[in-house]
Design a protein. Structure first.
Length: 238
């Protein structure tokens, strides 16, 4: 159906570290444009609510089971279905190649697919547009241009390298030092998400930058994230 697009509070610009996408049990594939650079790539630009809200019956969009009131004893009784972001706001609005024709070279370089589904990054962009972009209040060109503009502002791999956090298959880094380095360089506190490599080691997987509703200004991330990280994490080579 067509959901209202103007009721979110901020965006997550989600960056994925290709080394951490690829060294998992599931592995990865390179897109038909070749092996991406050893830089963070865009995963998506996701509209989000500042506060989760009770989900309406039959509405599964952005619904997560979450503990409203903490504490193990009450947890069972306080689980509610919550809607934490809008998604799929207009399934009829499909991404049209010609709308983003002038951005394709930049998108290939900065928003490459690593999934083994098709090797076509356009399919990844289409999926992200349909799930998240249709809720952004932006047009197709504006949505992809906004994500590229934001990404251009900071080279996160270079920011980390400047703080001595360089890709390595042996070294571990403190999560706080990663967060601090990005906050200092960008002026905004990010959220961090980890995954596990094939050996089960915890590694930095995604960096979430928070962006105001205009899609232009970075702001501190204020929603806590259960990012599955540990105090010490790896940043694997790619
Ligand atoms: P996962 O369960 O792997 O964390 O997320 C699966 C998908 O749900 C993501 O690719 C994204 O489309 C959506 N998603 C997860 N967390 C968030 C969030 O905090 N905000 C938004 N807007 N979407 C999310
Ligand atoms: P989300 O996590 O945004 O809901 O889902 C991402 C979807 O895009 C998945 O279905 C995944 O197969 C597909 N996809 C294609 N390329 C990529 C990629 O490079 N990274 C991620 N995380 N998902 C990708």
């Amino acid at each position: 159906g067509v959901a209202s697009a103007d009721e979110f509070d901020f965006f997550y610009l989600v960056h994925q570290w290709p080394g951490s996408f690829c060294d998992t049990q599931a592995g990865c594939c390179f897109p038909d444009t070749g092996k991406p650079a050893a830089e963070f790539g865009i995963h998506g630009l996701w509209p989000n609510y500042a506060k989760c809200r009770p989900a309406v019956a039959n509405d599964d969009d952005g619904v997560v089971e979450m503990v409203v009131d903490g504490g193990a004893a009450v947890e069972r009784h306080h689980r509610r279905r919550q809607k934490c972001w809008p998604e799929y706001c207009n399934d009829g609005n499909k991404l049209r190649p010609w709308e983003i024709k002038d951005l394709v070279a930049e998108l290939d370089a900065n928003w490459p697919t690593l999934s083994c589904k098709s090797g076509k990054s356009f399919e990844f962009w289409s999926y992200e547009w349909k799930k998240h972009g249709t809720c952004s209040g932006m047009g197709q060109h504006g949505y992809f241009a906004a994500a590229l503009e934001l990404k251009k502002r900071h080279d996160l791999a270079a920011v980390l390298a400047g703080a001595g956090i360089v890709p390595s298959d042996d070294e571990s880094y403190s999560l706080g030092s990663i967060r601090d380095a990005i906050a200092a360089a960008t002026g905004a506190v990010p959220n961090l998400e980890c995954n596990r490599d094939a050996a089960g080691e915890t590694q930095l997987f995604q960096v979430y930058q928070c962006v105001d509703r205009s899609g232009k200004k970075l702001v501190d991330c204020q929603l806590p994230m259960q990012g599955k990280c540990r105090d010490k994490v790896k940043l694997p080579t790619f």
